[in-house]
Design a protein around this ligand. Structure first.
Ligand code: SF4
Length: 421
């Protein structure tokens, strides 16, 4: 009976059960009906930090050469508003985007006028290290409903080691910025992301405690990615998947401890996977879906007008690999970008539903295609999954989660709550 109600077995001519299964699948894949909700504007490549794991090839000088022009930004807005999604998000990235704050101001005011005339909703996020956050920027965010997203790698010694800047005060500025943003914009208007370096591996409790101290509602435990300076400075090679999974599992158990003591706090990647595992709600997260999120989930407008299928795709281009460069704001439309042979080839060749290894994998319906990662590490958008660190991490994390769901009732109840909200 259990196998029947879980749709694992069926009787002959059981039309209703098949239709129910089709409905559930349609709900899980309904992110495809809202094509390209995310538009990333790289308003400058300049940055005053010099992080060795930086995934972008930041520049320190030459404002005219590495800042996006107003003309490029307006063309990018034309493309963003032509995407079918009824609600779009415009995210400002860099370099450090606040180094080109006047352009952010212009883009936000123009996008709001267009959004009103087209009846399309628009949200804004600035991804900033907060070193340049001041009252002018905060007032602007408050009056335009702009969210902030920042980087926080843990306590001061670890964060400052990972994120050098003149004055060695990156942590001090990030923490002051988070506190001030929570005060002025509201407690849920700023989020933080961490990156795991070799120095983070035995510090997961300290890192999580730092997030708790700042009143953040969860943490996203992220490994290093094989792009930009992280490759050039060899940071990416400094630990293997096994070490990272060990770090992740210890972190997840620490987060569960915190919840058991009565404080709601999440590990966000686990929450995303659990939503895939335990519900039929669609999740738009670009790395956890097949067809892949490249182009269909997000488009990236580089400072020079080049358009990319993903943020990692533009990072590869800064290192000379244009595999995911779809076009340019001067000659392309939304339609020409999403119907380009390059994007169609990338997406169709990376589908997990029919890929070797993935199509017979027990985790397939909860996993995703990551063609840019596999191109960067194996020179092939599909990738050989037994050699893929992405695949090993997915299997490792999902195995840990299933083990908790099966064997630890109290922790399983916490995980189920993450999936339900
Ligand atoms: S865990 Fe690996 S093999 Fe399984 S679906 Fe994901 S990428 Fe494919």
């Amino acid at each position: 009976m259990k196998a029947y109600s879980a749709h694992l077995i069926t009787g002959s001519n059981q039309q209703a059960q098949r239709q129910l299964l089709a409905l559930r699948l349609r709900s899980r894949m309904s992110f495809l009906q809202q094509a390209t909700p995310l538009h990333i504007f790289v308003v400058t490549l300049r940055c005053e930090h010099s992080c060795p794991y930086c995934q972008v090839s930041r520049q320190s000088t030459d404002r005219s050469r590495f800042d996006m022009s107003e003309e490029t930004a307006m063309r990018a807005l034309d493309i963003a508003f032509a995407s079918p999604a009824p609600r779009i998000k415009i995210e400002f990235q860099g370099g450090e985007p606040l180094l080109n704050f006047p352009l952010i101001n212009t883009i936000v005011s123009t996008a709001k006028v267009r959004s009103a005339s087209l009846g399309k909703k628009v949200d804004f996020v600035i991804a900033s290290n907060l070193a340049l956050l001041d009252d002018v920027v905060l007032d602007f965010c408050k009056s335009n409903d702009v969210l902030l997203s920042t980087s926080l790698d843990g306590p001061a010694d670890l964060h400052n080691k990972n994120r050098p800047r003149p004055g060695a005060n990156s942590h001090e500025l990030a923490v002051a910025g988070i506190r001030r943003a929570k005060e002025v914009l509201g407690p849920d208007r700023i989020g933080a992301l961490m990156t795991t370096t070799e120095a983070s591996l035995d510090r997961v409790d300290d890192i999580i405690d730092q997030y708790l101290q700042l009143g953040l509602d969860g943490i996203f435990l992220r490994p290093l990615s094989p792009f930009g300076f992280a490759v050039k400075t060899k940071q990416f090679q400094k630990y293997d998947t096994g070490k990272w999974l060990d770090f992740y599992e210890r972190g997840l158990h620490r987060v569960l401890d915190i919840n058991r003591q009565g404080k709601p706090f999440r590990e966000f990647y686990a929450a995303l996977i659990l939503t895939r595992m335990l519900s039929d709600r669609p999740i738009g997260y670009v790395d956890l879906r097949s067809p892949a999120g490249a182009g269909l989930g997000a488009l990236v407008y580089n400072y020079d007008g080049g358009i990319f299928a993903s943020d990692e795709g533009r990072m590869l281009a800064e290192a000379g690999d244009n595999a995911f460069r779809l076009g340019h704001v001067d000659h392309d439309s939304y339609k020409s970008l999403v119907l380009s042979d390059k994007l169609i080839d990338t997406i169709s060749s990376s589908l997990t539903q029919c890929a070797p290894e993935c199509s017979t994998c027990v985790y397939e319906s909860h996993c995703g295609a990551d063609p840019v990662y596999h191109h960067a590490t194996q020179g092939d958008a599909l990738g050989i999954k037994p050699l893929s660190a992405f695949c090993a991490r997915q299997k490792g994390i999902m195995g840990v989660l299933l083990n908790i769901l099966e064997n630890s009732p109290e922790d399983a109840a916490i995980l189920r709550r993450w999936a339900a909200s």
